[in-house]
Ligand binder design. Structure first.
Ligand SMILES: [Zn+2]
Length: 279
């Protein structure tokens, strides 16, 4: 096994998820941390927020591997009275490095959507939107299309997704005929509405992603597109943390913890009655 320092772990992560694979608007790689600092414990998180930072400090983690970038837009200050500046100060003072793999991990094979597809038992996976440019080839791309082990109705698939994905207040909601038979499914970790046309073109029976909205969904269904399942953003990307954690444990003599701190912003959910499906 390789000696584990911030430098060697970052180099290995950069090899598995090359920065050149990230979208041009994205910001990935090492955010902060001393290269020569030894790494004995790693915390994997979807979001680097005060709750997960405190978890890392409590664990004595030397490195956080996060999916979402802490900084996506340029800033002119990291003063400690700003939300993100506070996080930077806390991490540096506690000696915790921060690394981000975002769209470069989405597009990878295996990547974020493979872990999501695996939770649903999908097989024969292929990209929903094959990668172009630096990431092109070898089964890489955004989202995945796969086949269920046995056909389910949309209502049954909705229940399966709720059982197999990490529990959140938002839960899972679906759009379309609850009795519609589903065999082929497209999935995309995170916000997936930009791939609605790809899911329609692929001819899948259902498409599962996060952050769907009223008008795009209504218009997509009216045009005869696949049934849609809308899950919590955090829940759609949390499965990938297990994948990156297992790989880190194989490559480095480090302890890796996966955060189950639910960082989805939706914390309360209520229905007027117990009906799960609105026909
Ligand atoms: Zn995301």
């Amino acid at each position: 096994m390789t000696d584990s320092t911030v430098r060697t772990v970052v180099d290995a992560l950069d090899t598995r998820y090359p920065r050149s694979w990230a979208e041009s608007w994205d910001r990935v790689g090492l955010v902060l941390g001393e290269f020569d600092h030894p790494v004995t414990r790693v915390l994997c998180v979807v979001d680097c927020v005060p709750e997960t930072v405190e978890q890392a400090v409590d664990l004595g983690a030397d490195l956080i591997v996060a999916h979402h970038p802490l900084f996506l837009k340029p800033v002119s200050s990291i003063a400690p009275d700003t939300f993100k500046g506070r996080i930077v100060h806390r991490l540096i003072r506690a000696g915790v490095a921060l690394y981000t793999a975002h769209t470069n991990a989405d597009v990878a094979n295996p990547g974020v959507s493979d872990a999501l597809a695996a939770r649903l038992g999908l097989t024969d996976l292929r990209p929903l939107a094959p990668a172009e440019g630096a990431a092109a080839g070898e089964g890489r791309g955004l989202g995945r299309i796969g086949v269920l082990p046995e056909p389910l109705t949309l209502a049954e698939l909705t229940r399966l997704a709720a059982e197999r994905l990490p529990a959140t207040s938002a839960g899972v909601r679906s759009a379309g005929d609850p009795d519609r038979p589903i065999r082929t499914v497209a999935v995309c970790g995170g916000a997936g509405d930009s791939f609605l046309p790809d899911a329609t073109r692929a001819g899948v029976d259902a498409y599962l992603c996060a952050d769907l909205r009223h008008h795009p969904v209504s218009e997509h269904l009216a045009a005869g597109g696949p049934a849609l399942l809308d899950v919590a953003h955090w829940a759609s990307e949390r499965p990938w943390l297990d994948d990156v954690a297992a790989w880190l444990r194989e490559v480095f003599p480090v302890e890796v913890v996966v955060s189950d701190v639910d960082t989805d912003p939706w914390t309360v959910h209520a229905n007027r009655d117990d009906l799960e499906i609105r026909p």
